[in-house]
Design a protein around this ligand. Structure first.
Ligand code: ADP
Ligand code: F6P
Length: 358
């Protein structure tokens, strides 16, 4: 069993409800194993500047219920530079930090793998509302984000019904449409638009028109922000104009934005964060690192970070030359099957939403 004096924990990238529950679990599990814990504030930035605070059982009391992150977050380009990494390693050496648990998304895991390669064993915990890490069925924050969306869309539905209006609602997710798809279905949207499935604009306009002709007053469209990322964030608003022009249906637009990143974490997020946090410490103690915690077939397990990052690139069609060189035919077949399953699931749900949203 590996012996550590002190584990550092940091939260990086976009915050996600449930990060605090994971901080609590890592802290208490490590302390129960006789290891000290230090919180690194503002993500990798805090590692570079030495912005640290010791954590004990009491400092993580009453945080399991709270969104955001008590350790604060940041995006830190300097960490990608050699100089930034050298300063980060120096901070670890000067403060006896022997290992790090990094909470965040794929960018954060790239940082964690760099740390491991520089001699600081690191484990990642997937925390992002987007649920866009292909190696795991679930990322912490996704459930809370979806619940926030359905609550807000529910409010908009009520006023749409009163005024016989349509409302197009854009939700976050970066280039992943999962929040829009799942929350759109659960909100009874007439139309959902996500980047993973080709969007037939004429068909969508006809759908709203037909629904109105069949007596539907309030109507909702849920659009992923990923529809807009290459279009200066204007796609959803442009669609609103087209819909009004072509059908005469009075239509309003709402971008939910960062509000979806707040809200008290749901049971699912607290539970996954707790399990993943404790397991991350166990992996480190077993001498394993460069691992990202994942949910696979419903169970929490660890996957190699490089595998997770390359699987992600495969799913997003962004593989680089040589990416698959270290994988055998069986592993590559398994990766392809994971990607195909994920895509098929999106398509199946998308078509279901079109069939039932009337
Ligand atoms: P997320 O973790 O949510 O994907 P980002 O992509 O912004 O968010 O990444 C968070 C942070 O992780 C970055 O600000 C940077 O400090 C670090 N990071 C991102 N990419 C790399 C990389 N290629 N190498 C090292 N560190 C990285
Ligand atoms: O990755 C989480 C996320 O909230 C995405 O859904 C969104 O595109 C992005 O972060 C927003 O980033 P920022 O907080 O830097 O505006």
């Amino acid at each position: 069993m590996a012996k550590f004096r002190k584990i550092g924990i940091l939260t990086s990238g976009g915050d996600a409800p449930g990060m605090n529950a994971a901080i609590r679990a890592v802290t208490r599990k490590a302390i129960s194993e006789g290891i000290e814990v230090v919180g690194i504030q503002e993500g990798y930035n805090g590692l570079i500047t030495g912005n640290l605070r010791p954590l004990d059982n009491r400092s993580v009391s009453n945080i399991i219920t709270k969104a955001g992150t008590i350790l604060y977050s940041s995006r830190c380009p300097e960490f990608k530079t050699e100089e930034g990494m050298a300063r980060a390693i120096k901070t670890c050496e000067e403060n006896q930090i022997d290992a790090i648990v990094a909470l965040g998304g794929d960018g954060t895991f790239r940082g964690a793998t760099d740390l491991t390669n520089h001699g600081i064993p690191s484990v990642g915990i997937p925390c992002t509302i987007d649920n866009d890490i292909t190696a795991t069925e679930y990322t912490i924050g996704f459930d809370t984000a979806m619940n926030t969306v359905i609550e807000m869309v529910g409010s908009l539905r009520e006023t749409c019904e009163s005024h016989s209006r349509c409302n197009i609602i854009e939700v976050m997710g970066r280039d992943c449409g999962m929040i829009a798809l799942y929350a759109g279905i659960a909100s009874g949207a007439v139309v959902i638009a996500i980047p993973e499935v080709p969007f037939d604009e004429d068909f969508a306009v006809d759908k709203f028109r037909e629904a109105r002709e069949h007596g539907k007053r309030g109507m909702i469209g849920v659009f992923a922000e990923g529809m807009s990322l290459n279009l200066d964030h204007t796609y959803s608003e442009q669609f609103v104009k087209k819909l009004q022009e072509r059908t005469g249906i009075e239509t309003r637009f709402a971008r939910l934005g960062h509000v979806v990143r707040g809200g008290a974490p749901t049971l699912r997020d607290r539970l996954h964060a707790t399990q993943m946090g404790a397991e991350a410490v166990s992996y480190l103690l077993e001498g394993k690192s460069n691992i990202v915690m994942c949910v696979k077939r419903g169970r929490v397990t660890g996957e190699d970070i490089n595998y997770a990052l390359i699987l992600d690139r495969m799913y997003k069609g962004k593989l680089k030359d040589g990416d698959l060189d270290n994988f055998g035919p069986d592993a590559i077949a398994e990766m392809k099957s994971t990607c195909a399953y994920r895509q098929a699931n999106m398509e199946r749900l998308y078509h279901l939403s079109f069939e039932l949203g009337k």
